[in-house]
Design a protein around this ligand. Structure first.
Ligand SMILES: [Zn+2]
Length: 412
């Protein structure tokens, strides 16, 4: 095949947004330009004049609309059985998240439903979910296990994640989250010993490990033991820290080389300094605060001022944030955290890629990177933030090819 046969030229782009890998990362906005994709990657962006159709296999007219990099969602629990709609009533009656967990609800009810579901059932429901997320603009994902809390189910979830990546041709980073909760009928010490003992078995299936460091779940000492072992095995380290209470896990996780610390609502300036020194990414999940009706927010501007790279994620999960939509997360981030549209978009693209250690190859729409991008229904990317609540993604492109969105509702 000659080179011309592989090249696609997208012309008449009203606004093309790139993320520059500077410190801090900034958006670069090109107007009235064209984008050339070759072999699934960005070849170049140039002024839209003098395009010769004969130089390309295909020329596509984007009619003056805006193109932005696809969103990268670095924190999801999207492979699960059942749902937790009943908890909306419990919360309305005054129960908080940790009370629901203590009474056998929360994570543990999802664990039961996930254990019962066959691999095929889990695969089908997660595939529908992921297709919906892609149609809404997400082009790379992180997926955690953590709803099995036994060897067989944890592996089943990770295998489903791996199949999704191959089937839907997206990047998926897989994370083993055995230390998510303590299963019913098992002593915490025995369960945590099990997590540590079987850690090597997950090296084949998962890129990283994660731990829910929280009152009623796992302690900072647990985090330290898990991370020291996981590091020796070559896992990436991630942690759910300082979400509902301050535990001190953030500082410890950063010190041990965590690639990301996630949630951070109760993190102190001291913890943030630790992250800045270690180069740990702060993954913020405003959808959880919104959905659970919380008011405690992370020190977002201290994070920014300290130079901590920020990412935004859905936390897509059946309990605390059942959303598929990164556009909603962007809206929440600008309103709740007082981020500019530029800061929020950088966090939802480059920041997510950085949290997955993929920022060299995706997330910026720069030459050489994967051509994962979104054609918006508008000519100005800021409409995403301004006319909140509307789906502005017309088409999602994965490695330069358009993916058709699903119209049917998702069923579990
Ligand atoms: Zn989570």
């Amino acid at each position: 095949m000659n080179m011309k046969a592989k090249k696609i030229c997208f012309k008449n782009i009203g606004q093309l947004v790139q993320v520059q890998d500077t410190d801090p990362p900034r958006l670069k906005v090109y107007r009235n330009c064209a984008l050339v994709v070759s072999g699934g990657r960005v070849e170049k962006v140039f002024r839209d004049t003098g395009i010769r159709a004969s130089d390309y296999a295909r020329v596509v007219d984007l009619k003056g609309r805006a193109v932005i990099p696809g969103f990268i969602d670095p924190h999801t629990h999207m492979v699960y059985g059942g749902d937790r709609k009943a908890e909306m009533e419990m919360r309305a009656a005054g129960d908080d998240y940790l009370e629901i967990l203590k009474n056998g609800g929360g994570i543990l009810s999802t664990v039961n439903a996930t254990r019962k579901a066959s691999e095929e059932m889990l695969y089908r429901s997660a595939r529908e979910r992921m297709k919906r997320m892609i149609a809404l603009g997400t082009t790379a994902f992180e997926i955690k296990s953590g709803y099995g809390l036994d060897l067989e189910t944890e592996k089943k979830i990770l295998r489903v994640g791996r199949r999704l990546a191959a089937d839907l041709k997206v990047h998926v980073t897989l994370t083993y989250l055995g230390a998510h909760a303590v299963p019913e009928g098992v002593k915490k010490k025995d369960y945590f010993d099990f997590v540590l003992r079987y850690l090597p078995e997950f090296r084949e299936l998962a890129d990283g490990v994660d731990i829910f460091c929280e009152r009623g779940a796992f302690t900072v000492a647990d985090l330290k033991r898990l991370f020291l072992q996981a590091k020796l095995l070559g896992f990436q380290l991630r942690a759910h820290v300082e979400e509902f209470t301050l535990q001190g896990g953030c500082y410890e996780a950063a010190r041990l080389g965590a690639i990301s610390c996630d949630h951070l609502e109760h993190a102190r300036p001291h913890d943030i300094r630790g992250m800045a020194v270690a180069g740990t990414v702060g993954v913020l999940l405003p959808g959880v605060t919104h959905f659970l009706g919380g008011s405690k927010l992370p020190l977002v501007h201290t994070l920014l001022d300290s130079g901590v790279p920020l990412a935004l994620a859905t936390d897509c999960n059946p309990g605390s944030c059942p959303t598929y939509n990164m556009q909603t997360i962007l809206t929440l981030a600008t309103a709740m955290y007082r981020l500019t549209p530029e800061q929020a978009l950088v966090a939802a693209t480059y920041g997510g890629a950085r949290a997955l250690d993929r920022h060299r190859e995706m997330g910026g729409l720069r030459p050489g990177q994967r051509a994962d991008f979104l054609l918006l229904k508008t000519s100005d990317y800021r409409d995403l933030f301004y006319y909140f609540g509307e789906n502005f993604v017309d088409k999602t492109f994965l490695a330069g090819s358009a993916v058709s969105g699903r119209k049917e509702p998702v069923t579990d």
